[in-house]
Design a protein around this ligand. Structure first.
Ligand code: GLN
Length: 190
């Protein structure tokens, strides 16, 4: 199995380092031909409007959507989670997206960069200890459709921060910035 990491913008190197530590072959995806080499794909954190525009410019948006409909498992972290959402609240006009998960995501839901925070997240599928959630100008998943499973919420706060729909995953925080590889291993098993 080869894990692809979309490498147009954002923190793709951090994802790659974790996957390599887990012994998984990786492939940076920058062009449509790279998609043929991967069995799953991570969309990293960064800036969702920029990544969306680059997906269009590098002719990757439709090929990824088509592969996702066939067999590709995709995990979006933070900006990646925004791109996975069918509905984006607070996006720019016509913001390109993959739209593969039936959920509404609000960009910059906690405020500005200085309002970034870290929190302990109980994740039932992992048990103890809680996941250390790093939220960097993060979005929030405001609502999910019937086919979407909620994996995590910030205790005491409204909204979902990790969700799954079939083989697709979205986390509004950055597991790749911690030493905890449980979300990576979970995604590799989907
Ligand atoms: N605020 C960014 C956006 O809207 C996401 C931030 C991140 O990926 N850490 O795209």
């Amino acid at each position: 199995m080869t894990a692809g990491i979309l490498a147009l913008q954002g923190d793709f190197c951090e994802h790659e380092a974790i996957l390599q530590r887990l012994g998984v072959p990786t492939q940076q995806v920058r062009l449509p031909k790279h998609l043929d080499l991967v069995d799953r794909l991570i969309i990293p954190g960064g800036e969702s409007t920029t990544i969306g525009k680059l997906l269009v410019r590098f002719d990757l948006l439709e090929p990824i959507r088509q592969r996702a409909g066939r067999d590709l498992a995709i995990w979006g972290t933070c900006a990646g989670a925004i791109l996975m959402a069918r509905t984006i609240i607070g996006g720019i006009d016509g913001q390109p997206r993959l739209g593969l998960m039936d959920m509404a995501v609000r960009r910059n839901a906690y405020g500005r960069q200085v309002d970034s925070f870290e929190a302990a997240l109980p994740v039932a599928v992992f048990g103890q200890p809680p996941v250390h959630g790093v939220f960097i100008r993060a979005p929030i998943i405001e609502s999910v459709g019937a086919d979407v499973t909620v994996l995590a919420e910030v205790p005491g706060q409204q909204g979902v921060v990790a969700a799954q729909q079939g083989r697709h995953l979205a986390t509004t925080f950055h597991p790749e910035l911690t030493g905890d590889d449980r979300f990576h291993r979970y995604f590799l098993e989907l």
